[in-house]
Design a protein around this ligand. Structure first.
Ligand code: SAM
Length: 266
């Protein structure tokens, strides 16, 4: 499956900031509870983006771990390096395309994480095999991604606005099905954890900012909805009306993120 996807730094950071501001729960805290983290570990974070998870592990382990972050986006890696410089360059960041053989030795890592990224892989079994290869025997792979019921209100509003069926999303359409099945066939044991986080918007504006950052993240998937910037702005204006009606009725807008954490042992 060829996935035309390119995360932009500003869209990703906009969504992270909105989760922080309006979410009831902290996903980084949840991950730290679920992950088998110990000082002295060798850790690889694949699809590391601007380094959110790498820096969270570094702080949690008081800097006593060997942490590498890999991503295909030079722009996001540069952002990660900016933060890394402030923290004394304790994390190694490198280019890594998970659609290619990883430029890394086999049996190397105690823990490999891949947060909100694995579903962009073109060939899921290939990428999972590569992740399995670079893990030490007994090492763990942890992935996160959207479950099918994720962000229902967001999709309901877009459906109500356009009258069109929502296209299958690379994440929610295959994370709990194809990706979980691939993990189960490659690894000896897979545990499934669920994280639910209601985002409560006290005005319509932050929901619209989220919608913009989310639609443009996956803009090629929304081809049937808009192609030009003008079409996009027209749809955004209609989404604003539908969201405002819901808001006037309920006095708030609540969008629940439903995330699956899959912890697999080699
Ligand atoms: C939604 S972001 C998540 C980033 C980070 N893990 C976080 O949670 O903030 C998805 C990430 O997957 C990366 N990505 C997409 N395709 C990739 C590929 N072929 N190889 C490596 N990373 C990729 C993107 O560049 C982006 O950083």
């Amino acid at each position: 499956m060829k996935i035309n996807y390119q995360e932009t730094t500003s869209d990703l950071l906009t969504r992270i900031n909105i989760h922080d501001a309006y979410g009831a729960r902290d996903i980084d805290k949840w991950m730290l509870e679920v992950l088998p983290l110990e000082q002295g570990m060798t850790i690889l974070d694949v699809g590391c983006g601007a380094g959110k998870q790498c820096f969270s592990y570094l702080t949690y382990l008081s800097g006593k771990a060997n942490i590498t972050g890999g991503d295909v986006s030079k722009e996001l890696l540069a952002k990660a390096e900016e933060e890394n410089a402030k923290l004394g360059k304790r994390v190694t960041f490198q280019e890594l395309d998970f659609n290619q053989t990883f430029p890394l030795a086999s049996d190397t890592y105690d823990l490999l994480s891949c947060c909100f990224a694995i579903y962009y892989a073109e060939d899921i079994p290939f990428t999972i095999k590569e992740m399995h290869r670079v893990l030490k025997p007994g090492g763990h792979l942890f992935t996160t991604g959207p479950m099918p019921e994720n962000k229902r209100m967001f999709y309901d509003i877009i459906h109500e606005t356009t009258g069109k069926e929502i296209p299958p999303m690379p994440g929610s359409s295959r994370y709990a099905s194809q990706i979980l099945a691939s993990l189960q066939s490659e690894f000896s044991e897979v545990r499934v954890e669920i994280f639910e986080n209601p985002l409560t918007f006290p005005q319509v504006e932050p929901f619209l900012a989220y919608t913009r950052a989310s639609l443009s993240e996956d803009r090629r998937l929304w081809n049937a909805f808009f192609q030009t910037k003008e079409d996009f702005e027209k749809i955004m204006a209609k989404i604003a009306e539908v969201a405002q009606k819901r808001f006037d009725h309920n006095k708030q807008l609540v969008m629940t993120k439903v995330v699956g954490g899959f912890l697999a042992e080699k």
